[in-house]
Design a protein around this ligand. Sequence first.
Ligand SMILES: [Zn+2]
Length: 752
Amino acid sequence: MVRGRATGWLQAAGVLLLAVSQSMAGFPPPAVAAPAMRIGLGSGEDRLVVLEAAGGLRLVDAATGNAPWKDLFQGPTRVVLLGAGEVRTIFRVQVGTFTSEEVAETLAARLGRELHEQTDVHHDSQRRLYRVRVGTLDQRTAAAALASRLVAMGYADAWVARETVGYSDDGRLRIVDQNYLEQTLELRRLVAFPAGRGLVKVNQRHYRGIIEIFIDDGGRLRVVNVVNLEDYLKGVVPDEMGPGVYPEPEALMAQAVAARTYAVRNRGQYADNGFDICDSPRCQVYGGADSEHSMSDQAVAGTRGMVVTSEGELANTLFTSTCGGHTEDVENVFPEDSEPYLKGVVCTPERDERRQVVSYLDGRHDLAYLSRAPDLARGIARLVVQGVVESAFITSEGMDQALGAERWQDWLQRLAPHLGREPLPRKDLSGGVRRGRMARDLVDLMGWQERLERLFQMADAAVVPGLAPGDPLPRKVREGGGPQLALLTRDSLIPFTMVVGPAVWSDEVRAVEALTVLARLAERYVDEPVTRLRVATTSGGKLESEEGESLELAEDLFLFGATERGPVPVGRLALTRHEPVLVHLNSAGRIDYLEATRPFRSLSDDRFSTRHHWETSISRKDLSRKLGRGLDFGDLLDLEVVRRGVSGRVAEMKVMGSKGTATLRGFDIRVALGLMDTLFTVDRQHGPDGRVRTFTFAGKGWGHGVGLCQVGAFGMAVRGLNHREILHHYYTGVDLVLLTEHPELLAAKAEP
Ligand SMILES: [Zn+2]
């Protein structure tokens, strides 16, 4: 379409042309299917946005569809906010939160009179609360002092809050094209969309729908993605619950319903800024089209329009990453809330269901020797299943004996093909193997003669036992394999413990020492002999994988359990469903080696989370500084848990300082202490002066602990429960309804 390009006769009627071009809608933005969401991208603190579309980008007046400058922009195109004042951060004291606007206004007026400080009432539409804030201070320390004064006056919840101010409303928009040609606009609101098919790119991420760019009432540059609700959810679900990590359709469906309900319920939350909800964890994470994944797309489509309601209204579908085995009543985390469906529930299968979750495997019980050396055990077991080392050899008697030359040569012969090397010609030798000989054979096997010549210097000979620094290398040592030994020791193939200490130059190598070296060599240079699969069930000598394979178990199976410090050999291994394991199959296709890759934590549905349980320590000094950011109560002396909720979460805590005591409640405790959750215990180390030196917090869970437990939902889906059962479990007594059947739930809120 050509618009406003003057041809000969049109130029003659210039006035007419102008009139026509203004009334013509040049490039009306494509319609976004209802229900549409307006998603605020970014924090609103940037003054620049970079836009691009593969087939060219349109930037038009939102009201008329007219292009204020060029019809089409190719390549990266910038929209810049000009003017609009100096932006800065100020600190204020939040005195309290109230559900009644009248109570909040009355308090604000009284504090304004008493303190001679600026006071304001903020409406938090997400939480449906009124927050009273006092003071406008440049320094956090000054704000903390004011907060302490308010605590002393009886406002126990006073705390320092941060605000950004300084925007003015005289800002203007400027477009800068890919050649850095620019045009400053009279317009304050633009719409961006691709000229052709495809998606628009905003600051390196692609989005469906259209993009609005405007200066909001606070003078900030706002970038808003206007997108259909279901398309929006496709960019939310995978960022909230990664399908790669949590590949259970029913769990993703439950997440989709919770996210949809959240989105519709919170439409208009940021109406003052011209959008519905934000794209960050403050609302729910939205990554646009680049985040989409086929599994989460299916979860959105499979629950299309489904939302959670309670008594005919959209429910407050809070969700938390990991609840640590039990969720919490909402009022113990967010004291102003009291939704009856946000009740703490267990996140664990019932007793007889637990039997279905766990199964046991039995393997070799003659692993006493390997148990003594867990850091070698895995490598040695792998040499056995690969046919390098005789299975019967892994006993205390076998391992501790001197390594004979015959056996040494057998092992090297059998290892060579795994290393992709030619076997060494056998030599007719008798007797034992000394350290130098072992090193020479390994250098020969690996073909490292050149490495030795070029990379070994006399100065490196320091690791040859018995040789003083600066000594020349005696002929006997050189020919006996000294340089080879030095090289391999330096490169960590031969352990230092084998060449220092009680081991002397002439000692014969023991079998376990040789196996240690070969295991290290194999770990570094042999392709992983194992494959990864996830366990569905085990029974009757068989293992069914989630990938759909049915594998028989060999009788003399090596089993390794996972610990925080690495794998350890075990005779019996407990496995839960969906456990990722590494297996080796013997020539008959049976599993003869199985290694768990994740420590066995629990049978709880949220056991898959790395944050299922945790521990963290912080010195009293550091914690004092951290807490001092919110309140000046002097030197931190101690903490006291006053009250716990149904899950054990700390609902109320006293902070005792040299200048006074403060009380923290619910989620504020987590924020103030910087912990992962409020489900924790505190213990203390005391210093010689009798004061607390260090606090140790041991805890479970990650998040706020209220509503749907995301990892728990995954665990429930692994147990075969569907998305309806999952939602009804975490949201007590709610209804699941379709928006198409309840259009009243969609009453539009945010206006452009
Ligand atoms: Zn849970």
